[in-house]
Design a protein around this ligand. Structure first.
Ligand SMILES: Nc1ncnc2c1ncn2[C@@H]1O[C@H](COP(=O)(O)OP(=O)(O)OP(=O)(O)O)[C@@H](O)[C@H]1O
Ligand SMILES: O=P(O)(O)OC[C@H]1O[C@H](OP(=O)(O)OP(=O)(O)O)[C@H](O)[C@@H]1O
Ligand SMILES: [Mg+2]
Length: 314
């Protein structure tokens, strides 16, 4: 199909294609675009179109809000997708989807936050209060339990004032200052937004990162899902690791292997120079400088670090 044909799409164009949901904007979108590029999943997306056909695989990319992706995948309207673990939990569809791969970005915590000036010490102290959040599903479930706990402790059937959960779609941190809520439940990464709003976290409801998810019934039936997963996995490994090669005397090889044990084991080959070997091994990118220092300290020579552009590991 030429790119000109792709400007108008019909339902029949999606037949036989794997439907892959991608967050349509924000931080997850940017990172997923990098993954798709690295995995060589090419596509043509017409301006404002939320469905784009891949030009080199039987895949259609469907651009959706990250919050809606778990439901689409669980219901089988799309086959696979990328979203946050928090979104899967919020949608309450853990039983309808399989987590195929953790993607290593979009890492943060969903926290109960209260004004620094307040006396609230735990989520339980907030029973009966007003809580603003974008995660009403999770928060209502959590506080329903706490309401019941408190009622039980007071020997009551239910608490007099149940906790009130209010939905906000964004900028949740502003709601305490503005008098809309007594506490919030929102995501914390660096803590900058929380501190700027003079809040602090008193409880973590969950930790989350971006994940590749799949409809529970579709995985085994579709070998293309496994191929997409392995390609993306390869890109992630390549982003995290570098290849370290060096020469070292046989006498120091045991020490060298301790410094660079590799994912499985280092590749060791003999050198023409008597008593010396060449070692080739993957190491974590963020540890490369320390590893080079340590190798140099034990007498390793010609230490080289090479970027990996793609990888397949078992
Ligand atoms: N500050 C953050 N740090 C890391 N991951 C985050 C952060 N905020 C959100 N996420 C992750 O990204 C997912 C999508 O968040 P959201 O829908 O708010 O989009 P966004 O990337 O924050 O864009 P925007 O808020 O501008 O619309 C969240 O469910 C969460 O998994
Ligand atoms: O701990 P930090 O590093 O400050 O990150 C946390 C903030 O990031 C997200 O907001 P975002 O920027 O997506 O804006 P939003 O509230 O409009 O979604 C999240 O909702 C927090 O407000
Ligand atoms: Mg956001």
């Amino acid at each position: 199909m030429s790119s000109a044909d792709l400007t108008s799409l019909h339902a029949s164009d999606l037949h036989e294609r794997l439907l892959f949901a991608i967050p349509k904007k924000g931080r997850l979108n940017e990172q997923v675009m990098t993954l798709l590029k690295g995995a060589d999943i090419q596509f043509y997306r017409k301006n404002r179109m939320d469905i784009a056909l891949s030009t080199n695989h039987p895949i259609a990319l469907v651009f959706l809000p990250a919050a809606d992706i778990p439901q689409f995948v669980a219901d089988g309207n799309v086959d696979i997708g990328v979203t946050g673990q928090d979104m899967v939990a919020e949608a309450g569809v853990e039983n309808g989807v399989d987590e195929l791969l953790r993607l290593g970005f979009g890492k943060c915590r969903l926290c109960v936050q209260v004004p620094v000036s307040s006396s609230f010490k735990s989520a339980k102290d907030l029973v009966g209060m007003r809580i603003a959040t974008s995660f009403t599903g999770l928060v209502e479930r959590h506080f329903k339990e706490l309401d019941q706990q408190v009622a039980k402790e007071k020997d009551l059937k239910s608490v007099e004032n149940p906790t009130i959960v209010k939905f906000l779609s964004g900028s949740v941190e502003a709601s305490c200052t503005l008098g809309l809520a007594d506490a919030i439940v929102d995501l914390v990464e660096s803590g900058e937004t929380m501190h700027a709003a003079k809040l602090h976290d008193i409880e973590t409801l969950l930790t989350t990162e971006a994940v590749l998810i799949c409809n529970r019934n579709k995985h085994i039936m579709n070998p293309l899902i496994e191929r997409v997963k392995r390609r993306i996995e390869g890109v992630i490994v390549a982003q995290k690791f570098v290849l370290c090669t060096y020469n070292v005397s046989r006498a120091k090889l045991v020490d060298a292997v301790k410094i660079t044990p590799g994912k499985k084991a280092p590749t060791i080959s003999s050198l023409e120079t008597e008593g010396w070997v060449a070692v080739s091994v993957m190491i974590q990118k963020n540890q490369a400088a320390d590893v080079m220092d340590e190798l140099e300290d034990i007498g390793a020579q010609d230490i080289l670090i090479t970027q990996i552009t793609n990888a397949r590991m078992n």
